[in-house]
Write a protein that binds this ligand. Structure first.
Ligand code: FAD
Length: 430
């Protein structure tokens, strides 16, 4: 789309957040360059969930059909007890998500999502500078400082460089290391060809679904990716990695030992695991502001609102950030309006992402309850009641589900922009 007053935008970081912003801003007619430290574009990890609130955006960008091809369409979310595998809560996803929210819930390989986003950004004319590590931002010159390379100047810079963000530290003007959350994630993949050999695992290996086991001190999720050939699992336990180690290969037997009291199906799956990595789950402290007062810089994605992954919303929130900023940049006519657009971006996005961060932590606390009365009460609420506001399965909580999945980033941005313009006109008229 042509823009009457295009600006040069530089985005630091080609993760799922940076790429989403690149697409949204390029679609709004501006020139975009992405500066990425890695020498090659790519994404670490196996599976990722795409909930309707981000699928809706990807649909508007015209890339959902491509993603659907490589994705699994889960039928339901099932929360089970760690103890005996009994079903505590079942939330239909298909066709409910598309019927109610107009967009699907998908499971996909991270590499597929990342490469589809890269292809679309490239098609839109986004340029990439790879092997370029940002060391900070020169706010006066509006330039990204790059290690051993020339500064990259822009009219506007977006810091999308993830949790350990040099851009965030530059904005704060001080070091701001992420902190431990006390949890870590085991990430494993199991070939479904193995699982299908066993009657009690056939359903997990063949029915696309979002499986969830609630246990004491941790929880686990598992879902199919790669055309159903892989069962992707993320298992949350108390963090045991040394302080300065963020991820490491882990010992399979030590992992299995932690689940000796879990149900037979779950233990059976773990017996099929040959390789496991452990990831320390870290977070940053909520910031007062994500943007520079000069109106030439803002943060986006994990760089400013990293979350525990328990609601599977981290990347989805970054995609929403990108969509909101793109929709506002499509409207802004000059640098003053871009500055105002940033105020609106922060106002819209900070409250929503802060709530998602808090709800994710709270979900972990509920799903990790130790054995005892509180845990029994949690399970009773899920089995004995229809979902209600505050229901432990947050995806089934009718109020929160609507808040999470019903959010239309473009509509929210356009409405806020129209209000802003109406206010500006009122002031001009006196
Ligand atoms: C176990 C786990 C499971 C998850 N599951 C889900 C899920 O199912 N659904 C979901 O929506 N979210 C999920 N998330 C969260 C999601 O992965 C993140 O929120 C998301 O990937 C953040 O994207 P980002 O682009 O903001 O940051 P990042 O992915 O961290 O990307 C940052 C990019 O910036 C680059 N970079 C960093 N520093 C510099 C620098 N100084 N100079 C230049 N480049 C730099 C990096 O190389 C990287 O490419 C999960 C997270 C975890 C840990």
């Amino acid at each position: 789309m042509a823009n009457e007053s295009p600006v040069n935008v530089v985005i630091v970081g080609a993760g799922l957040g940076g790429l989403s912003a690149a697409i949204a801003i390029a679609r709004s007619g501006h020139r975009v360059k992405v500066v990425e430290q890695a020498p090659k574009l790519g994404e670490v990890g196996a599976g990722i969930q795409i909930p309707p609130n981000s699928a809706r955006i990807l649909e508007r960008w015209g890339i959902l059909p491509k993603l659907r091809e490589g994705a699994m369409h889960p039928e339901f979310i099932a929360i089970r007890s760690y103890r005996d595998g009994s079903l505590l809560s079942l939330q239909k996803l298909r066709p409910l998500m598309e019927d109610v929210y107009g967009a699907p819930y998908l499971h996909i390989h991270r590499a597929t999502l990342h490469s589809v986003l890269c292809d679309e950004a490239t098609r839109l004319g986004v340029k990439f500078q790879l092997g370029a590590t940002a060391t900070g931002i020169d706010f006066e010159k509006t330039a990204v400082k790059v290690k051993d390379q020339a500064d990259v100047a822009a009219d506007f810079i977006l810091g999308a460089d993830g949790l350990r963000s040099a851009c965030r530290e530059s904005l704060l003007g001080r070091s701001d290391p992420s902190h431990n959350t006390g949890d870590m994630a085991y990430r494993v993949v199991i070939p479904t060809s193995e699982m299908k050999k066993y009657k009690e695992l056939v359903d997990f290996a063949t029915i696309p679904s979002f499986n969830h086991w609630a246990g004491p001190g941790g929880h686990a999720v598992g879902y199919l990716i790669a055309g159903g050939s892989i069962f992707n699992m993320v298992i949350i336990v108390p963090d045991e990695l040394p302080d300065n180690v963020y991820s490491a290969k882990a010992n399979v037997n030590e992992m299995r030992d932690k689940f000796k009291c879990w149900c037979p199906e779950f233990r059976h799956m773990l017996r099929m695991v040959t390789d496991v990595s452990a990831w320390k789950l870290r977070n940053s402290t909520e910031m007062e502001t994500w943007r520079h007062p000069d109106g030439n810089f803002a943060l986006l994605g994990d760089a400013c609102h990293a979350t525990l992954p328990y609601l599977a919303q981290g990347a989805a929130q970054a995609v929403e950030d990108g969509a909101v900023i793109g929709a506002l940049f499509a409207k802004a006519q000059d640098k003053d309006e871009i500055k105002d657009a940033l105020n609106i971006y922060e106002r819209l996005r900070k409250s929503r992402t802060s709530r998602v961060v808090q709800e994710s932590s709270q979900y972990g606390a509920v799903m990790h309850l130790p054995d005892g009365e509180e845990q029994r009460e949690r399970d009773r609420q899920m089995t004995d009641h229809e979902p209600f506001e505050g229901y432990p399965n947050k995806w089934a909580d009718p109020v929160f589900q609507n808040y999470l999945f019903g959010y239309d980033a473009d509509a929210v941005a356009v409405e806020a922009w129209n209000e802003y313009k109406a206010g500006k006109e009122r002031i001009q008229r006196g």
